[in-house]
Design a protein around this ligand. Structure first.
Ligand SMILES: Nc1ncnc2c1ncn2[C@@H]1O[C@H](COP(=O)(O)OP(=O)(O)OP(=O)(O)O)[C@@H](O)[C@H]1O
Ligand SMILES: [Mg+2]
Length: 216
């Protein structure tokens, strides 16, 4: 079982968007997937409540209970657990990063967001886990994503080679508990998520299709 923590001290960076979209991509790829919502705002859990499909299971919890929650997920057959975390919550973020196999740090490519990322990068570094910035809400057809990537890399951060653009489907789809892949299959947002998910699989050393792994 692989644990992916999504952390960012900055509010509204796209943590929950990334969590629910990666989770449904993992399910579509045949992986038993759960989200643990560690944010008292409960955004991912409310998304789960609105969702009509059974999976992923969304469990609300507190970071201090992560060992018990992840053990339960493992015993229930989870292949992938995604931790959605709260902004401005050092303890939750660091416990999540420590529990994780991979830390993803969504960040908007704006000056204010890029300036604020240092605290999150330090937190991930302290956990000694592979950590990558995932640029989110990048204006399509602009050089902004490339510029931000270069700036972050120059500052020593690892940046995912794939980013998510600013697209209405990310916001619209979650209204009724779906994600962009389900709302607009084959759309640009759906494609971005699949590409990002496949890259994540490579980083955590999982085949890109879960069923194939189980059958083999
Ligand atoms: N790539 C995107 N394109 C369009 N809208 C986006 C994108 N990513 C996030 N959003 C929107 O931005 C808002 C904040 O996103 P989200 O809730 O995922 O951030 P968050 O980091 O989880 O916030 P918080 O820190 O409050 O938990 C939401 O309304 C979401 O729909
Ligand atoms: Mg959130």
């Amino acid at each position: 079982m692989k644990i992916i923590a999504i952390i960012s001290q900055k509010g509204g960076a796209g943590k929950t968007t990334l969590a629910v979209h990666l989770a449904t991509a993992a399910i579509a790829a045949g992986y038993t997937t759960a989200i643990i919502d560690l944010d008292p705002q409960g955004t991912a859990a409310s998304w789960g409540d609105r969702r009509t499909a059974g999976a992923p299971e969304v469990i609300s919890g507190q970071a201090v209970r992560l060992p018990a929650l992840t053990t339960a997920a493992r015993e229930n057959g989870a292949d992938i657990v995604i931790l959605d975390t709260a902004p401005n919550a050092d303890q939750t973020a660091s416990l999540s990063a420590r529990a994780a196999d991979l830390v993803l740090i969504p960040c908007r490519p704006s000056t204010f967001d890029l300036e604020a990322i240092e605290t999150t990068l330090l937190l991930a570094k302290a956990a000694k886990k592979p950590a990558y910035v995932v640029l989110n809400a990048v204006p399509p057809r602009s050089g902004i994503g490339k510029e931000a990537t270069e700036g972050l890399r120059a500052g020593g951060a690892q940046v995912a080679p794939h980013q998510l653009s600013q697209r209405a489907a990310y916001g619209h789809s979650v209204i009724d508990g779906r994600t962009a892949q389900e709302f607009e299959p084959g759309g640009k947002a759906a494609d971005e998520i699949v590409v990002l998910f496949k890259w994540v699989c490579g980083i955590v050393d999982m085949p890109t299709r879960g069923q194939a792994k189980k059958v083999a």
